[in-house]
Ligand binder design. Structure first.
Ligand SMILES: [Fe+2]
Length: 232
C-alpha cells in the first residue's frame, strides 16, 4: 500500500508513542475540516501502528458550522473500523463546540462521550472569545452527568492563568495538544502549555491531527522530543 510517510523520522525510535492514546484527532475522513480521504486515514493509522500507538479516539467537530449528526459519525466510524486490520484500537467521540447546537444535543443526551467509561465530553470554544454563558454551559455538562474535558486550553488567546485556575477549580479537565509544546501554534500557546504541564493540570494528550503532513511535521520536531522528555 502506498504510504505517505516515505521518510522515516528518527523519532520512531523513541518510546514516547509506545502505548500512547491519541485523545484528540480529526482522522475520521470526510466529516469535518480534517482528513478528507479514506485511504489517508488508513495510512495515518498504519503510521500510528509503527509508532506503537495503542488507542485512537476520533474526535470530529460537532458545531453549528459543521453540524455532524451522531448517526452519521457512527456510520462513518463503522466503515473505517471495518476496513482497519491493524493493532491500534479505534474509538469514536467528538469535539463539541460550546454553542447553541451543543446545548440542544446535550438536552437529549445526543452526544458522543470520550473515554471507556463514557462519562466525559471533549469540548472547545472559539480561540478568541468565550461563548456567552461559558461557565453555565460547563455546569450544565456536570448536571447532565458528564465531566467536561476542555480541548487545547493553551490555544485560547482570551484565557490567562486566572481563567485556567478557575476552570481547574470547577473540575474541568484539560487536554494538551502535542503540537503546542513544539511551538507550532506560536509562542503564547507554547508558554501556556509549559505552564499547564508544570502544574500537572493536563488530564489527557492529543495530536489534534487534521492531515497526514501534520504528523510528519510533529515527528520531525526535535523540540517536541526535548519538551516531552523534560515535561512529561
Ligand atoms: Fe480538534
Amino acid at each position: 500500500m502506498f504510504s505517505i510517510f516515505r521518510s522515516r523520522p528518527t523519532y520512531r525510535k523513541s518510546a514516547f508513542f509506545q502505548g500512547f492514546t491519541d485523545w484528540h484527532c480529526h482522522i475520521l475522513p470526510g466529516v469535518d475540516d480534517g482528513v478528507k480521504e479514506f485511504q489517508d486515514a488508513l495510512s495515518i493509522l498504519e503510521e500510528y501502528d509503527r509508532l506503537g500507538v495503542s488507542d485512537v479516539w476520533f474526535t470530529p467537530h460537532i458545531m453549528e458550522d459543521i453540524p455532524n449528526s451522531t448517526t452519521l459519525l457512527r456510520k462513518r466510524f463503522e466503515e473505517l473500523s471495518s476496513a482497519w486490520h491493524g493493532n491500534a484500537t479505534l474509538h469514536l467521540a467528538a469535539e463539541n463546540m460550546l454553542d447553541g447546537l451543543f446545548v440542544q444535543r446535550l438536552a437529549t443526551h445526543d452526544v458522543l462521550p470520550i473515554g471507556i467509561e463514557q462519562r466525559h465530553l471533549l469540548v472547545e470554544t472559539s480561540y478568541f472569545n468565550p461563548p456567552v454563558g461559558f461557565h453555565n454551559m460547563l455546569q450544565s455538562i456536570f448536571s447532565a452527568g458528564y465531566y467536561p474535558i476542555l480541548a487545547h486550553p493553551e490555544r485560547y488567546v482570551y484565557m490567562d492563568e486566572n481563567d485556567y485556575t478557575q476552570l481547574h477549580d470547577m473540575g474541568v479537565l484539560f487536554q494538551l495538544n502535542l503540537p503546542s509544546l513544539s511551538g507550532m501554534y506560536g509562542e503564547m500557546a507554547q508558554e501556556k502549555a509549559r505552564m499547564l504541564v508544570k502544574k500537572s493540570w493536563y488530564h489527557v494528550i492529543g495530536t489534534d491531527l487534521h492531515r497526514p503532513e501534520a504528523l510528519q511535521m510533529l515527528l520531525a520536531k526535535r523540540v517536541v522530543r526535548t519538551e516531552i522528555a523534560n515535561a512529561l
